[in-house]
Design a binder for this molecule. Structure first.
Ligand code: FES
Length: 180
């Protein structure tokens, strides 16, 4: 039996984590960086960014935005696609597409992507998450927050206003996936 970790009792809400993540990323810094440079910063060190960017991680630019909803072209291949300004990552794997908040579900640190492991990685407490957002190992005890997705032809509309938390809303979290 595992001992309860009291430090997680006051874990921030998904919206607070996302806000914290946005603060950490510093919008001004983001906007001043080249977009691919910012994406490269989200790739965990230890892997050649050129390889990682070419093979698994790419910049994602919305083709439309209405309110807090953003429209993207559905990625044509498996990989992780990051909209830096929107603080959202699309992950396509095994015929399924997910949209994740870049804020770690533990304390809101900005997630990275470990190409060699095919895992999202939180550098703050070394948590790892699979491409469907499930917690795999490390300090965090929750799955990644997802966003709801809606297909519109060759595009996907992502609702960024409300991150879906696996623990508090498991039903909504479970269906936040697009089967391609
Ligand atoms: S902030 Fe603690 S595991 Fe991510």
């Amino acid at each position: 039996m595992f001992a309860r970790d009291d430090s997680d009792r006051d874990a921030p809400s998904p919206a607070t984590r996302r806000s914290s993540c946005i603060h950490q990323l510093d919008r001004r810094t983001f906007l001043q960086r080249a977009a691919l440079g910012a994406v490269a910063a989200l790739v965990a060190e230890g892997f050649a960014p050129s390889f990682a960017l070419a093979e698994h991680v790419a910049q994602l630019t919305p083709i439309g935005a209405v309110g807090t909803a953003r429209t993207y072209d559905i990625p044509a291949q498996d990989g992780v696609f990051v909209d830096v300004a929107g603080e959202v990552a699309l992950a396509r794997s095994g015929g399924r597409l997910f949209a994740f908040s870049l804020a770690c579900p533990h304390r809101g640190a900005t997630l990275q992507w470990k190409t060699g492991e095919q895992r999202f990685f939180c550098p703050k407490h070394k948590a790892r998450f699979t491409t469907d957002g499930a917690h795999a190992s490390g300090r965090a005890t929750a799955d990644l927050d997802r966003f709801a997705l809606q297909r519109a032809g060759a595009q996907v509309i992502v609702a960024l206003d409300q991150p879906l938390e696996a623990k508090s809303d498991p039903a909504a979290w479970a269906v936040a996936v697009l089967v391609l």
